[in-house]
Design a protein around this ligand. Sequence first.
Ligand SMILES: Cc1ncc(COP(=O)(O)O)c(C=O)c1O
Length: 471
Amino acid sequence: MSYQLPGPKTRAKLESGRDLMRHGLRYDSAAKASAARGFIPPAQILVGRAEGDFVWDLDGNRYIDFQNGWATNALGNCHPEIIEAVHAAHRRYGYHWEHPLRFELAQKLADIMPAQQLPRFTFEVSGTEAVESAVHLALCYTQRRQIISFTSSFHGAGLGTKVISGYTSEHNLYMEPWSGGVIKAPYPHSENIPANMTPQQYIDFCLWYLESHIPNYIAPADNIAAIIVEPGLAEGGNWIPSLDFIQGIRRICDKHDWLMIVDEVLTGLGRTGRMWGIEHYDVVPDMMVVGKNLSGGIEPCAGVAARDEILGDNPRASAGSTFAGTPAGCAAGLKTLEIFERDNLVLRAQQLTAIAEQRMAGWTERYSIVSEVRCLGLLMGISFAHPDRDQMPDDYDDSWIARTVRNEMLINGVWAICDTEPTVRMYPALNMDKSIFVEALDVVEAAIQTVNKGGKLVGDYPSIPSGVTGF
Ligand SMILES: Cc1ncc(COP(=O)(O)O)c(C=O)c1O
């Protein structure tokens, strides 16, 4: 039986957010506009408890967790060993900057970096800060003023990272003067291909744009410090770049003497079925940004790994806020890496991926609303498009279908993400129990089947993460 969401306790809490939280008012107005179209309200939950592969909402309803703290709890929810390691660090050090665990974690990270060629590490609290730190480092190291980033990319929510990200044009509004040093280039994913171009032609175009168009018409090559790229367009919809594209970026960086920064905040530490997403491309970057999973899902820990010469002695490259590399964060990172090795988590992620690939093969043929299914490891995305899109009204949006599928999943006990893009994104823990993983995939397919038959859509409610506000 499906859950009636939100349950009474969740609803009461969410309603209290109307007067307190960001978007408290926006939700109501969007909900009204949406209802006028005949859409049903989206289901939302607040986590009352979390453990292993599951979360429970405030009303006690249980969900298999394919949301995973926005792809952060690589070892599942509330892993007891990480919690113990974090508590032990708290008991022993409280908070101090000058503690030994940061040295130990830096060593462990150096050992597992691609080709062991990024031996130095600088700590930050969040992925956002780490990206900003990486870009600042690149500018100071090269003594150049511009960088290249990609449209559809997401690098964080600080002012610098908002400007570096290319999420949507709306997201850039009012920050135009702040983005002077950032050159945006197109990222070739299949939702973005101009009419009459093949995917390969578009990849070639995107590489040509980087290699020739930017240096010829936008900024001289010797004023560009770096290209920053996600080796898996995560928040942008779990798109998986081609070998050509990522290897092409490395070649162009070498040719123009630009640094290659890979943002592995979401793709790193096993998410893609390799320790690092970039390992799928046989490319060694000059810098790598790490976050999310390094926390073990318990205590923030992030930072930037770099080649020796970039981070060894760069006097202008200041970094690290007060809580960067806390004892507890480093303890979480150390214990996480220990468990990765001991429990062979990358292999376990690959085993789950094989199950998912087999299960999802054929969904695009079987269900007319499914336009594409993607898995790079457990970076899993299902994109949706209306089969008669050309006949839909001008303001029609395929994300309505995706949101409806995600809604259907949630009321049937699987929690996943659908943001602004027409994609349901799924991030199971790397150590999820196989039978629970299969049970969740059953729910995903049943949700697609239901929506494929037609019916009411969830519609254009604002893309608020479940439970932040509204009801
Ligand atoms: C690729 C990427 N970079 C950076 C960030 C920002 O990380 P944080 O939210 O920890 O600041 C995110 C967050 O989702 C991300 O996906």
